[in-house]
Ligand binder design. Structure first.
Ligand code: NDP
Length: 302
């Protein structure tokens, strides 16, 4: 390395925002590596100190306590197991004047309470919901991103630094909204898994190769999902549940006995798909039948 390159490397490193990261589990370690690779000065702390050895070898400064780690940088990121571990880890730290970014998975009420807790301690607060698994962190082409909500000015100020590990999607000042978006998307994912599980069960006892069946199923889910969520969203936004209906609720409810009979014939329990059909039938009794499935959304509201 020439003297010139060394100077440049030092210069770039000193321009990057210093980051403190609490938590070196699977996700925290991936975040640490991404910031180190991008040249950010990084201070880390982990409850079990041995887990810091890997990132220390890559250039992270290891703090002896959470308080020491928090004192090292204005931008403090936490990625711990759950909300109570965040409370425990930060209990004896001085958060006054800090920008606290909490990437720990929590529910919306916990995120709002944690935002208030941080405000009382003099910190600005941003909550995050990570839509990625560790191998996607620091790999932009993998498409992972993080929902952020809370202090908008904190997000704007640290936008570039926060964009290093994964994409960023800011969803507003309400600190609970990142967690809510995260859980809403993952809930839809589980609904999709439930549908795919039922489909695989239907073919399970037949001479049908699940590997050949998989692309048919995957392509069908993709083809249906995009247009259907767009249509539902438009109808919810306008209140016009009968507009642009392609497959009426009456027609779809009329088809449910076929699905239930097929499950019976294949020896498959209807316990995944049955509750959704029950809601469709209830919706039909309360509507003209000319609408499609959007009314089921409102039936779920308590
Ligand atoms: P891990 O189980 O790998 O790590 C948990 C981390 O929390 C460790 O650093 C652990 O420290 C620390 N911790 C647990 N309890 C305490 C406590 N009481 N005080 C201080 N530290 C504590 O989890 P991940 O890193 O995978 O996940 C971290 C967060 O990221 C979670 O909220 C998770 O939901 C979220 N996330 C994870 C994804 C994933 O695929 N891994 C995907 C999306 C979000 P120690 O080493 O001492 O045990």
């Amino acid at each position: 390395m020439t003297a010139n390159t060394t100077d440049k490397t030092l210069e770039t490193a000193s321009e990057k925002t210093p980051v403190t990261l609490l938590g070196l589990g699977a996700m925290g370690t991936a975040l640490a590596r991404a910031w180190l690779a991008a040249g950010h000065p990084l201070t880390v702390w982990n409850r079990t100190p041995g887990r810091a050895a890997g990132v220390a070898a890559e250039g992270a400064k290891v703090a002896g306590s959470a308080a020491e780690a928090v004192a090292a940088s204005t931008l403090v990121v936490v990625c711990l197991l759950d909300d109570s571990s965040v409370g425990e880890a930060l209990a004896d730290t001085d958060l006054a004047g800090k920008d606290l970014v909490n990437l720990t998975t929590t529910d919306p009420a916990q995120a709002r309470a944690r935002a208030e807790w941080a405000r009382e301690r003099g910190a600005r607060y941003l909550d995050g919901g990570i839509m990625a698994v560790p191998p996607m962190i620091g790999v932009p082409e993998a498409g992972g991103y993080v929902f952020y909500s809370g202090a908008g000015e904190l997000f704007e100020q640290h936008r570039e630094t926060l964009a290093v590990p994964a994409g960023t999607t800011y969803v507003g000042e309400d600190a609970g909204h990142a967690a809510l978006h995260d859980v809403a998307l993952l809930s839809a994912m589980y609904g999709m898994f439930a549908g795919a599980t039922h489909a695989f069960a239907l073919i399970r006892k037949e001479n049908i190769d699940p590997v050949a069946f998989a692309p048919l199923l995957g392509d069908w889910i993709k083809a249906m999902a995009g247009p259907s969520v767009t249509q539902t969203a438009r109808q919810l936004a306008t209140g016009e549940y009968g507009k642009d209906v392609v497959s009426s609720l009456a027609m779809q409810v009329a088809g449910t006995p076929t699905f239930l009979a097929t499950a019976e014939q294949q020896g498959v329990s209807p316990e995944l798909i049955g509750p959704y059909f029950a809601l469709m039938r209830r919706c039909l009794t309360e509507s003209s039948g000319e609408e499609d499935l959007t009314g089921v959304v409102d039936l779920l509201l308590r």
